[in-house]
Design a binder for this molecule. Sequence first.
Ligand code: ATP
Length: 361
Amino acid sequence: MSLLEVRDLTVTYANGARAVRGVDLTVEAGQKLGIAGESGCGKSTLALALLRLLPAGTEVTGQILLNGEDVLGMKWGRLRAVRWAGASIVFQGAMHSLNAVHRIGDQIAEPIVLHKTAPAGKVKARVAELLEHVGLPAARAQAYPHELSGGQRQRVMIAMALACAPDLIIADEPTTALDVMIQAQILRLIEQLVAEQDLGLVMISHDLAVLADTCDRLTVMYAGRVVEEGPARQVYEAAQHPYGKALSAAFPRIGDPSSRFAPQGLPGDPPDPSDLPTGCTFHPRCPVALDICSSRDQVLVDAGELWRAACVHVRGAEASSVPDTADAPAPGGASDPDPAAAPANEADSAGASGASVGSER
Ligand SMILES: Nc1ncnc2c1ncn2[C@@H]1O[C@H](COP(=O)(O)OP(=O)(O)OP(=O)(O)O)[C@@H](O)[C@H]1O
């Protein structure tokens, strides 16, 4: 039994926006899964859906199994227990998630008291232990959120997430608001705690480099769908989907100083989830789109060992039914020698494919 199994998850907000569409995910115990995609691709919606934290009126279909238990079918009381003790979320921007008028020790104690994960007389000691675990002095329990730095507040959020000893941590852009040095510290802390306690991790970020460095597996989302998934380092270094390639090229490459100051941007923006393009939703921005891409979406097909991508250019996709593929560029092909040089914003490549490219950001 997997720690987390998500099958055909679709989330539709009350305004009709389908922010998550048919997503499948699996996280094994102790495994670290990264979910990447630009802002608006549905990553946070997916994270919130996992613990049923979406606003009332949102329609969620599909299946979410946490330790084999059906989260979407759970009664309210069971769901409350599962939210801290089964899986917990570290949100982006700790200042907004912490209550400004309560001492942080009291806030960390709250889930412990609620779920009775420590005897009443031992709650304070447990809070002190958790603070020290995340690298803060126990005395900081007396502090209010505004008395802490951004990095310290994020450490408090991590302490809270660990308070009831969950099996799974969901970290939604846990370092976005922090400067680079502190980001690295927080990422190392998360890695260390997850390894020590053999926790599962779902880490969400727009930064593929961070995810490749931290996670075992990587899922790339675009317009609410998974367009690529595979071993983290391999997907980062040689993404098979043009979107994965562009995302990877948009961030400095780990250990490659030459790319540090020359990240490539991806022109345009993800589509509005209430008004999605036909066919492959990436086709209006795709530098290697074929005519067929505007009318036919691609399913995920094998792109390597435990590696799948949903692009007509991936070997094994429905290439036989696609006209004129022989002349098309093959950026997603397994033999592409230089994924860092993905033609995400090469004008001639876009022109050759007839793709319409959106405005530069
Ligand atoms: N409550 C809501 N009602 C309607 N649409 C929403 C709501 N919340 C999010 N959306 C839309 O759903 C889409 C996905 O948003 P989501 O926040 O999940 O993306 P994301 O990839 O996590 O981006 P970010 O990193 O900016 O949070 C966006 O188009 C967003 O505008």
